[in-house]
Design a protein around this ligand. Structure first.
Ligand SMILES: [Ca+2]
Ligand SMILES: [Ca+2]
Ligand SMILES: [Ca+2]
Length: 469
């Protein structure tokens, strides 16, 4: 017995002493982000068409001269647009959204996060992107972490303003790396509206700079409500701090729970708001060294008699690598009502048609009584734990959900995955039983002879344990 134990100890010691095997990759996860700031050698306006219009998520849909995109001072300018990002990543790609006269970008550079300079991407002139479409530029492997992108434009080529709406930096972050994450999904026991003041207003970066009643923050249905707001993060984090951005009547938060990997909730001690300024950030330190996937904020507005509005939630810590949630990256369908509007691609990305109603930003099939399938795929394969389908018109037609196996070997149905709910809008949350192999796609079957109307789908989210290559 003693010899066996000694052997085990020796084995452990020798394992510790072993160098990392050649070719072994550290566990890395894809990380996508929009710029947090932007500057340019010139801009058409201080606010409209300014460089900052190229920061943040896309907000100029289609092709045209939009004041929500950056434009240089002159239509034939030779200019540079520089975008900065919060999270340093090992880059894998850049997505550039141009809304007017594409064709002037002559080169793209990346800014190294350690401040040591820039790296030019070879062959990075615009290959001829259609106006209003995204240009995905692959980045050579083995570039050090970057946190900025520089676009060089020569608009003597286009003879017109090459307007840029948004630039997404795609890269990877290693498990154990420090991260700051904003909530990527949220729901609440009640909300004042389906779009304005909805729980989804808590997702993304803080965007409500002033104290006041603002539709870009979550508010409960009643000004005296006792409610809880659940904010979910895109990755599991070994958290050190949670920040709750409050923009109206702080003081109603009675407690905060952490959501752990198994979905259980752990109350944080001393997590009632002691009195944050308005606007203000209520920061909570976290000492538990375990992965956190979300938080639940409890508010009691009875004594306040007014809405305690919450704008955003941020978590700080290190990437744990045990959980992620992601919106669909690509989509196709057996039919669609339009190629772009109502097209399958309208079901990708985060929800953007949250009001109940017929929206061209959601997928709709060709016929209102069609039996159709929508197939969406995701960037990172996961062992699935939860699927969420955002429906914005005539819910009730989803008859079942299947997974697409990541190894390409086929599809597997999810048991009891019909959504007979006809509330509109409907967020269909489907917990997935254990035991599935890694998946990277979801197939949603609809039978609209049930609803006799278009069961429009705005967004699809897949959550689970990521699988590393
Ligand atoms: Ca923009
Ligand atoms: Ca907000
Ligand atoms: Ca959509």
């Amino acid at each position: 017995m003693l010899i066996k134990r000694l052997g085990l100890v020796l084995l452990c010691l020798s394992l510790l002493a072993l160098p990392t095997p050649a070719g072994a990759q550290e566990a890395r996860l894809e990380f996508r982000q929009w710029a947090i700031s932007a500057t340019a050698t010139s801009q058409y306006g201080e606010s409209s068409w300014s460089a900052m219009q190229a920061a943040g998520e896309p907000d100029s849909f289609g092709c045209g001269d939009y004041l929500t995109a950056w434009a240089s001072e002159t239509s034939t300018g030779q200019d540079q647009l520089t975008l900065m990002y919060a999270q340093p990543v090992v880059p894998t790609g850049i997505r550039i959204l141009q809304t007017y006269n594409p064709g002037a970008i002559t080169g793209v550079e990346l800014i190294l996060a350690d401040g040591s300079g820039t790296v030019a991407i070879p062959d990075s002139a615009d290959p001829g992107t259609e106006c209003g479409e995204a240009w995905h530029l692959d980045v050579p492997a083995d570039i050090a972490p970057v946190n900025g992108v520089i676009l060089t434009l020569d608009q003597t080529i286009t003879g017109g303003w090459n307007e840029i709406d948004a630039v997404e930096l795609i890269g990877t972050v290693a498990v154990g790396d420090p991260v700051e994450l904003w909530a990527s999904n949220a729901y609440a026991t009640s909300q004042y509206g389906n779009t304005s003041w909805s729980a989804l207003q808590v997702t993304g970066r803080a965007d409500t700079p002033e104290c006041g009643d603002n539709r870009t923050a979550w508010a409960s249905e009643s000004s005296t409500g006792q409610d809880s707001l659940t904010a979910l993060f895109p990755y599991a984090v070994i958290a050190s701090q949670v920040d709750i951005y409050q923009t109206y009547n702080p003081g109603a938060i009675t407690g905060v729970d952490l959501i752990l990997l198994d979905g259980s909730q752990a109350p944080l001690e001393n997590s009632a708001d002691p009195g944050t300024e308005c606007p203000g950030v209520f920061s909570l330190n976290i000492t538990e060294q375990q992965p956190v996937i979300g938080i639940v904020i409890h508010v009691d507005q009875t004594s306040l008699n007014d809405w305690n509005e919450i704008d955003a939630v941020k978590i700080t810590g290190t990437l744990s690598g045990e959980w992620l949630r992601q919106w669909a990256a690509t989509a196709e369908a057996t039919s669609a009502y339009g190629e772009v509007e109502y097209g399958a691609m309208q079901a990708t990305g985060r929800p953007d048609a949250t009001e109940c109603g017929d929206s061209s930003r959601a997928w709709a099939s060709e016929s209102s009584t069609g039996q159709d399938q929508l197939t969406v795929t995701f960037g990172t394969p996961v062992i699935p734990a939860e699927v969420t389908v955002y429906q914005t018109y005539a819910p009730g037609a989803i008859t079942g959900i299947e997974f697409v196996l990541a190894d390409g070997s086929g599809t597997v149905p999810v048991p009891d995955s019909a959504d007979p709910n006809t509330d509109c809008p409907d967020v269909f949350r489907l917990p997935v039983p254990d035991g599935f192999a890694p998946v990277n796609g979801v197939i949603i079957s609809v039978d609209q002879t049930i609803t006799e109307s278009w069961n429009e789908i705005d967004a699809v989210e897949l959550a689970g344990q990521p699988v590393f290559e």
